[in-house]
Design a protein. Structure first.
Length: 251
């Protein structure tokens, strides 16, 4: 069977059509890219009060808050985070952070964050440079490891993890844990080298609406190593178990 031959003119015409189509496609892609770049990024404001609760234990009662807010778009965001304990007129473990946030291209569900952390409470103030990531890890739990640096070669680290487990559309169980590590002791702030403290708990909340949910739960807080010695010397308990009740709010 003889191979079918096409006239040279037809081949040239086909090549010309391909070139025209390729040029048109490239021009369209360039126009779409320039339009996307020219379009302003929509900006939003998000506020979350994840923990606003009272803690009642055998030894004492205290107030705890842990919240965050951000403003920006899909690419650039400015974050504000704050947490602390209040016992009578004393504020402890006050941690307040101002961070720049940007998505990590190689990690689909994670953002990189960098900025400033200020320890402001009833104890001496400390300032840290912060860098870390925050996002959704496999099995749908939130994971946020952060590294902190300050003068004197001091280094600290924090790991925060939590997950929302839906029992129904309104009843949600949330286990969470926060671990803090330090390279050196800081006696005025009752901080010890190595694993300094752990705060963990489990909370059951009922969503009256998607944005408001009261909750009940159990929390455990413990100090370790030199941090435990500092707390013990001040007459405070090293480990505390508490019944918690509070409010989860976001907008």
């Amino acid at each position: 069977m003889k191979a079918r031959r096409y006239p040279a003119s037809n081949c040239l015409l086909a090549l010309l059509v391909c070139l025209v189509v390729c040029h048109a496609s490239a021009t369209l892609c360039a126009q779409q890219s320039s339009m996307s770049a020219a379009m302003p990024e929509h900006r939003f404001t998000h506020i979350l009060l994840d923990q606003f609760e009272g803690r009642t234990g055998v030894d004492s009662s205290e107030l705890r808050w842990d919240g965050e807010a951000w403003h920006g778009g899909d690419t650039h965001r400015l974050w504000l985070k704050s947490e602390a304990f209040v016992h009578g007129a004393t504020v402890s473990d006050g941690d307040h952070e101002l961070l720049y946030d940007r998505p990590v291209s190689r990690f689909r569900y994670f953002d990189a964050q960098a900025g400033l952390r200020m320890d402001i409470d009833s104890d001496p103030t400390r300032a840290w440079f912060a860098v870390g990531v925050e996002g959704l890890a496999p099995y749908h739990f939130e994971f946020a490891p952060t590294l902190y640096l300050r003068n004197g070669g001091r280094v600290a680290g924090r790991i925060v993890s939590m997950e929302d487990l839906l029992l129904t559309q309104r009843w949600i169980v949330q286990p969470e844990a926060e671990l803090n590590f330090y390279s050196q002791d800081d006696a005025p702030r009752a901080v010890g080298s190595g694993l300094s403290d752990l705060d963990a708990g489990i909370r059951l909340r009922y969503e009256i609406t998607r944005k408001i949910a009261p909750y009940l739960g159990f929390a455990w807080n413990g100090r370790f190593g030199d941090a435990a010695d500092f707390v013990r010397q001040s007459g405070q308990p090293v480990h505390q178990s508490s019944f918690v009740f509070g409010l989860f709010v976001w907008r």
